[in-house]
Design a protein around this ligand. Structure first.
Ligand code: FMN
Length: 399
């Protein structure tokens, strides 16, 4: 007889939380390598499509991930996108699947942490993801982790699954139950019965269990109150999006405090969009060019393709302003460019010294990991290897 479990929501960490520290004070991740254009909605990518847009093709993607591993990056994260945003660049139109990409990378890497991404509300059952994850973790000898995304504000993607978007905050309740059930499955030797509001599983057991103990690493990048609450209750890495260093400092403080209230720890991280060159001036020239070529159609498709659910951080920040009243869709040139280049990530533009200083500044306000995304990923990783990581070493941020 299966054991009926009573805990259906977090905080829930049977056996504790997994160790996530690599030993480097500032950890590095490689982001969005699996889809057309990555995080750059600019016609500048059409100047060399193979290099700047189509790096997700496997030969290049494999080279990029193996390079990231070789130069000491701790992990990769693919971007989870089911439907692209069009425009002249075909922004994000083509992509490798972000659940199974980690499985493809498992046998061709040895140390790199391998994240998958799942959209909880797109009709997955937690048993599917727990099983797929345990398998990738088994094959990669304990290197798998999951980026938990709700997907509740994306209209086009929900349509793909034949449904209306889920209410924003309710989607985080679903995520909470989803993760609790996965954690039960990863921890239990014996079959369980789980009778949740959103998910049920009877006589459920997973064999083999994941290699990493007590379970795989979970990350989340929610920005709204509901998202941050979920991340601090259930995840290990929390990806923050600040607009100033002070805002980062506050967010770092908030997530540590919230996690402590739940008897847990979380590690703050952020994504950064990077354009570097030998000098600040040369980097700025590249930035000016990428901005001048911005693919407005693709950016607008993205901005207007989201719901304005009042619970979402996007609606809270831009909901009232978004419109066709001016050429920047009502949110101002600077914010428009932040979405076009890096999807609201922190921008690191400049010489190698400037880049390293900016990375140190983020570390100094409590950010423990940078998920880097480059306009030119091949060049970007080589610049990290040759110029930036040596500076980070001198700063004591990397071994
Ligand atoms: C580092 C990072 C990675 C993310 N990855 C994805 C992704 O792969 N797919 C996706 O649909 N959303 C992704 N998001 C969006 C977040 O999961 C989240 O929905 C968004 O930050 C808005 O917060 P909210 O859901 O709390 O309103 C990502 C965001 C960040 C900052």
């Amino acid at each position: 007889m299966a054991h009926r479990v009573e805990i259906l929501r977090g905080p829930f960490d049977p056996g504790g939380q997994p160790e996530t520290r690599s030993g480097n004070p500032l950890e590095l991740g490689f982001f969005a390598w699996n889809l057309a254009g990555g995080m750059t909605a600019s016609k500048a990518v059409l100047s060399d499509p193979a290099r700047l847009r189509d790096f997700w093709h496997w030969d290049t993607a494999l080279y990029l991930n193996q390079t990231a591993e070789r130069i000491g990056y701790e992990y990769q994260v693919p971007f989870g996108r089911w439907r692209g945003w069009g425009g002249a660049t075909g922004y994000n139109e083509e992509s490798l699947d972000f659940l199974t990409a980690a499985a493809c990378l498992a046998p061709v890497t040895t140390r790199l942490g391998l994240f998958s991404t799942v959209h909880v509300t797109y009709k997955f059952h937690p048993v599917h993801i727990a099983k797929i994850g345990a398998t990738i973790d088994f094959v990669s000898r304990g290197r798998w982790g999951l980026n938990v995304v709700t997907g509740s504000t994306n209209r086009r993607e929900n349509a793909l699954f034949g449904q209306e978007p889920q209410d924003h905050d309710q989607a985080y309740e679903m995520a909470d139950e989803f993760v609790t059930l996965m954690k039960w499955l990863w921890a239990s030797d014996e079959p369980i019965d789980f009778a949740g509001r959103y998910y049920q599983a009877y006589d459920a057991v997973l064999r083999p269990r994941p290699v990493r103990q007590p379970r795989p690493i979970l990350m989340n990048a929610g920005n709204s109150p509901a998202g941050i609450d979920f991340a601090t209750r259930q995840c290990d890495w929390v990806f923050l999006t600040g607009r100033t260093l002070d805002e980062y400092r506050q967010l770092v403080h908030e997530v540590h405090e919230r996690a402590a209230r739940y008897g847990r720890t979380v590690r703050p991280a952020t994504m950064v969009y990077v354009i570097m060159a030998e000098s600040d001036r040369r980097a700025q020239e590249i930035v000016d060019w990428v901005e001048a070529e911005v693919d407005k159609e693709a950016v607008n498709n993205f901005l207007f393709g989201r719901t304005r659910d009042p619970g979402s951080s996007f609606a809270q920040r831009y909901g009232a302003d978004l419109g066709e009243q001016d050429e920047w869709s009502g949110i101002g040139r600077e914010q428009f460019m932040r979405w076009a280049m890096g999807l609201s990530a922190w921008h690191i533009y400049g010489s190698y010294e400037t880049a390293a200083e900016q990375m140190r500044a983020l570390h100094d306000v409590g950010v423990e990991s940078l998920l880097t995304c480059f306009f030119d990923p091949i060049r970007g990783l080589h610049q990290m290897e040759d110029d930036v990581i040596p500076l980070l070493r001198k700063m004591g941020l990397r071994r």
